[in-house]
Each structure stands twice: as C-alpha cells, then as structure tokens.
Design a protein around this ligand. Structure first.
Ligand SMILES: Nc1ncnc2c1ncn2[C@@H]1O[C@H](COP(=O)(O)OP(=O)(O)OP(=O)(O)O)[C@@H](O)[C@H]1O
Ligand SMILES: [Mg+2]
Length: 262
C-alpha cells in the first residue's frame, strides 16, 4: 500500500488478531478501504470473514490490532458509537419489527443512529427528518412500492433489500455487508449488484460475498482470507489470474457455495 492510499483510507484495519480459545480466527489482518471504494473479502467457509466484520462493527473485541475509521481510532468504541460515526453494518433480519411497515422500520433505523433508542412509537412517523431519510433509503433500494406493507408480508429478497435500506437510512459513510445476497434468487441478486454499483459511488463498502460473479463485477480491491490470514490482496485482475485463487475459487465449474468450497 502506498502512503497516499494509507492517508486517504476511510477504514484502516491494522494487525487485527482474534482468538476463540486456542483457535486464532483473525490472524494479523490489515486492510484499507478508501471512500467510494468497494473492498471485497472472499474465502472459504470458516475462514474468519464474519469474525472480522464483527470486530470492525464493534460486536466483538479484537485481542490485538486497531481499527481506525475516518481518522479516529474506534477499536474500543461500542457498536452504536461506531454507527453514529457512520460505520454501519447492514442490519440483521432479527432486528426488523415484523408487524411494522417497511417505512416504519427504515425510520426506526434512521432514529437509531441519531439518538439513543426511542421511547414512544407514535411520534416517530411525525419526525419529518426520519421519514424523509427512510423514504430516500426505500427509493435507493427499490422498495418504495412496499413502504406501507408490514414486513411480515414481504418476500425474502425484499427483506434483504430492507436490511440495506435500514443501513442507508442511518446516513452511513461506510457499509459493512456480510453476504447481502445469501439465499437470493439470481434475479434478486442481480438487483442487489446494480444497487451496490450505485451505492459505491457514495460510500466506502466492505463486502463479504460468496457469489464470485458479483464480487468481480463490483470490487475495486479483493482480499482473499484463508485460515484467518490474508493470503492475497489486490485488484480483481490480479486476484482472478492468481493460480492459487483460480484453483480454489474459479477452477471448478458449478462449485456451489453451499458445498463449503467458497
Ligand atoms: N463465537 C465463537 N466461538 C467460537 N468459535 C467461533 C465463534 N465464532 C466463530 N467461530 C469460529 O471461527 C471460525 C471462523 O468463523 P466465521 O464465521 O468468521 O467464518 P466465515 O468466514 O464467516 O464463514 P462463512 O463463509 O461460513 O460465513 C470458525 O472456525 C468458527 O467455528
Ligand atoms: Mg460468515
């Protein structure tokens, strides 16, 4: 990495280490992601990708190393503090309120990073700033037609789009996305690829994804994580042509991510 890349990094991870018992799951991981850069992490099941994201989002503490976001060392900050600084993880489906509408859920997400939780439901939808942020997020994710539909009545792909919308409603600077296309149909995945193409014009993005077509269509930089270590890091052209990556990730036609190879 050149000095200029280092100084312009929006997210900077240095020498991150995390163990689970005797198992070192994150082994001296370093990476930089600039504003409006999409950095993809690929690697086999169990490589430590989600564990890495959990440390960057603040859900898990590293045992060594540091995380600098937007020039601030956030290594010891809580999830909500990082979110308020603009470092947002796409919401998990469990944090969605099933009976509330798509728009209400997005507005709630918008509130989440602006204030410490909420006490009363009623005033939420009277907050013009929150509703506007929520509406913009639904438009950006193609969900505006579902705004008034309760979440329990929308489809699986739409739920995953809602997770993204909720992250966007929170006014992020940076998006952490752990397999946003998991379980989607090819058509739904294609919608998300297009969406991410437009989002990367505005945000830094760290994307974990098993869908190699999506990764190579979207990534500016790819890190290959194996056994908690970064095996390779570089632009897609370099990664694609690397013999080891070809053998493991691209060599076999019809390799199914659910078979555990990717
Ligand atoms: N809370 C935990 N306690 C103990 N071991 C854990 C814990 N979380 C993850 N691990 C282990 O850490 C390793 C990395 O898991 P992780 O979920 O980060 O992998 P991953 O690369 O995200 O895999 P996948 O592609 O399947 O999502 C695995 O061996 C896993 O069993
Ligand atoms: Mg994972």
């Amino acid at each position: 990495m050149s000095t200029s890349e280092t100084s312009s990094a929006l997210l900077q991870v240095d020498g991150l280490v995390r163990n689970f018992g005797a198992l070192r799951v994150t082994d001296s991981v370093s990476l930089r992601v600039a504003d409006r850069e999409l950095h993809a992490i690929i690697g086999p099941n169990g490589a430590g990708k989600t564990t890495l994201v959990n440390q960057i989002s603040g859900e898990l503490s590293p045992h060594a190393g540091r995380i600098v976001f937007n020039g601030v060392d956030v290594t010891t900050l809580k999830v909500q503090q990082r979110a308020r600084a603009g470092l947002l993880r796409s919401f998990q489906i469990t944090s969605v309120f099933e009976r509330f509408t798509v728009l209400e859920n997005a507005a709630l997400a918008a509130l989440g990073t602006r204030e410490h939780g909420f006490r009363f439901w009623q005033p939420l939808m009277k907050r013009r700033d929150l509703v506007e942020a929520a509406e913009q997020a639904l438009t950006a994710t193609g969900l505006e037609a579902k705004a008034d539909t309760p979440v329990e009545a929308i489809g699986y792909g739409e739920r995953r789009q809602l997770e993204l919308a909720m992250a966007l409603a929170s006014k992020p600077k940076f998006l952490l996305l752990d397999e946003p296309m998991a379980g989607m149909s090819p058509q739904e995945s294609a919608v998300v690829v297009e969406l991410l193409k437009s989002l990367k014009q505005r945000y830094g993005i760290l994307l974990i994804e098993h869908d190699m077509d999506a990764v190579f269509a979207l990534a500016d930089t790819i890190s290959v994580l194996v056994n908690g270590r970064i095996l390779l890091q570089g632009p897609p052209s370099e990664i694609r042509d690397h013999p080891e990556v070809r053998a493991v990730y691209l060599g076999e036609e019809g390799v199914d991510s659910e078979e555990g190879v990717l």
